[in-house]
Design a protein around this ligand. Structure first.
Ligand SMILES: O=P(O)(O)OC[C@H]1O[C@H](O[C@H]2O[C@H](CO)[C@@H](O)[C@H](O)[C@H]2O)[C@H](O)[C@@H](O)[C@@H]1O
Length: 265
């Protein structure tokens, strides 16, 4: 069952014209796994998102710290689909209007050269001092993963990776769940979705997220018609909260049903 405040909020926006429905990926429409490439969307969720995107006046976006190539792979979506994909925390998108509408500059050759050096340094750090941690290279950043490791192994790995990032110019440290990313991009999910919103002009926006980087969206989606939903525990600026990925599947299915009724009677 969904919390009453969430049901009321969905009911209030179900017939909004247009409506933007955006969601984070990991921890929201997909669960967690120690292997970042082993995760799959929760059963039925992609079909619900396709159903929403097929309804008149509904725009759907998936926004992630994953890079675009990986996001396409894991969602099974291509650039041709009605669903917009936004990757690398906003630095990449299947919709060019997102990048052109953001005030942050695009990645340069210098950024990528810096990222190569950073990746080498992080891999050295992990190999020599934290061999159980794992490194993930992405389009605009490099991440160290500690999911499944004991706290006394994970904590120092994340701390030393954080110190490395903080000691380098032009590098942003992004905190996540059992992951810490060093990014050379200034993009953030909030700015990306504000840019997408400008192209749509939504009367209402729904956003679901579970992690620190989703707070950039929660903070920017402050119009009366915005429905922001934190998934799981933790401090948040979101207006509503649900428990887990099962509740996300329920919420999206509920929104699809309400929207269909609102449009077809
Ligand atoms: O913005 P998101 O879609 O939430 O992506 C955030 C990070 O997700 C991935 O890491 C997380 O999921 C992994 C697979 O379950 C898990 O092993 C890891 O502990 C989680 O933090 C992804 O690998 C990162 O690149 C994303 O930044």
């Amino acid at each position: 069952m969904l919390p009453e405040d969430v049901v009321a909020a969905l009911d209030a926006v179900a017939d909004a014209q247009p409506l933007l429905v955006a969601t984070d990926f990991d921890g929201v429409v997909a669960g967690f796994d120690p292997d970042p490439l082993a995760v799959q969307p929760t059963e039925g969720v992609m079909s619900t998102l396709h159903g929403l995107a097929a309804l008149p006046g509904v725009h759907v976006a998936i926004v992630s710290g994953r890079d675009l190539t990986t996001l396409r792979l894991l969602t099974g979506l291509s650039g041709e689909d009605a669903i917009t994909l936004i990757g690398s925390h906003g630095a990449e998108s299947t919709n060019p209007a997102v990048q052109s509408g953001m005030h942050s500059r695009a990645l340069t050759g210098d950024d990528l050269a810096r990222l190569d050096v950073l990746e080498g340094e992080l891999r050295d750090l992990v190999t020599t001092r934290h061999p159980q941690a794992r490194v993930e290279r992405k389009a605009a950043g490099v991440a160290v993963h500690t999911r499944g490791l004991p706290e006394d192994v994970a904590r120092p790995a994340l701390e030393e990776a954080r110190s490395l990032g903080q000691s380098r110019d032009g590098v942003r440290v992004l905190e996540g769940k059992s992951v810490l990313e060093l990014s050379v991009s200034p993009a953030d999910k909030g700015s990306a979705l504000v840019a997408l919103s400008r192209t749509i002009g939504p009367a209402a926006r729904v956003y679901l997220g579970d992690d620190v980087t989703d707070e950039d969206v929660f903070a920017r989606f402050e119009a009366p018609g915005d429905v922001t939903v934190k998934v799981g525990p933790g401090t948040t600026a979101a207006r509503h909260r649900i428990a887990d990925t099962d509740a996300v599947a329920l919420l999206l299915a509920d929104l699809l049903a309400r929207r269909a009724v609102a449009q077809h009677g």
